[in-house]
Write a protein of this length. Structure first.
Length: 142
């Protein structure tokens, strides 16, 4: 499954990094909602897939809350590290069917697609916020 995530990264690498940090934060929370909806939808027919969606969504939510961006709450993790963690979360998400032993079932496709999507969005996200005309840079006191 990590191969598909890597292919997604390679496929979008030539494109400019056009997603802002705020856009990335919005994607993160929409993606959390997708995981929660998937957990609810999977529950009646596949409890393992539902639990996998809750685990992946919970890990993503914890990362979102701890990141230093507009969607973060505590601001412990720098955004550049958040992007690196996202690649790990993408691999974990794609591997969940194997961990929870439902790799031969239909729900596997959801996790593989989510992993590739998370990888692609992280690759297309700007590392640093764009500097506009009206913004001043912070200068640390010596």
């Amino acid at each position: 499954m990590a191969i598909l995530n890597r292919l997604a990264q390679i496929a979008v690498r030539p494109f400019p990094r056009m997603i802002s940090q705020k856009g990335h934060a919005i994607f993160d929370y929409v993606n959390l909602g997708v995981f929660l909806l998937a957990a609810g939808a999977f529950w009646p027919r596949n409890k393992r897939a539902s639990i996998a969606a809750l685990i992946a969504g919970g890990a993503a939510f914890a990362t979102d809350l701890l990141t230093d961006y507009s969607g973060g709450l505590v601001r412990v993790i720098p955004f550049s590290v958040h992007r690196d963690i996202d690649f790990g979360l993408a691999a974990m998400t794609a591997a969940m069917p194997g961990f929870l032993v439902f790799q031969d079932e239909h729900e596997k496709k959801f996790f593989v697609a989510e992993g590739a999507l998370i990888s692609a969005v992280s690759q297309l996200t700007q590392a640093e916020p764009a500097r506009g005309k009206g913004r001043r840079e912070r200068v640390k006191a010596a």
